[in-house]
Design a protein. Structure first.
Length: 143
């Protein structure tokens, strides 16, 4: 009675999906515990787990029927699909993905990390100057 602590209520996966729909996301079921969440040309795949919802496929741009993840090629950011298609990234698309991922994390009740909150993070980093560095002595341009 005195100093009684209120037990926090943890929403179910279905309730979290309904809150996503109320925030303007489109939710599409892939199977029993995986859903594809889309909004404004961006998408991610979310899975239900015993620990709570998890983002299985990182948020990216919708390219055809696939989700293109952000790749930093050193000179330009690109979106890379699972089939290998590359699309150059535009500033508006990067802003849309950043807003999408922040809103998705907040709606699902996930932790938002500081470095990810500052801007869009790439999934893969491919720089020309380090290409082939792990195969021994690199071939020099004059050889």
């Amino acid at each position: 009675m005195f100093f009684r602590r209120v037990k926090p209520r943890i929403p179910t996966f279905e309730e979290r999906l309904q809150s996503l729909e109320q925030l303007g996301f489109t939710v599409e079921r892939l199977d029993a515990d995986r859903v594809r969440v889309t909004r404004a040309g961006c998408a991610a795949v979310v899975r239900n787990s015993p620990d709570g919802p998890r983002i299985v496929e990182k948020p990216g741009l919708i390219v055809g029927a696939e989700i293109g993840v952000l790749v930093d090629a050193g000179f330009q950011k690109q979106f890379l699909t699972p089939t290998g298609r590359r699309v150059p990234a535009l500033a508006e698309q990067l802003k849309a993905i950043h807003a999408f991922s922040e809103d998705l994390r907040e709606a699902l009740g996930l932790v938002s990390l500081y470095n990810e909150s500052l801007g869009t993070t790439s999934t893969v980093y491919l720089y020309d100057r380090v290409q082939g560095r792990d195969q021994g002595v690199p071939k020099r341009p004059w050889e």
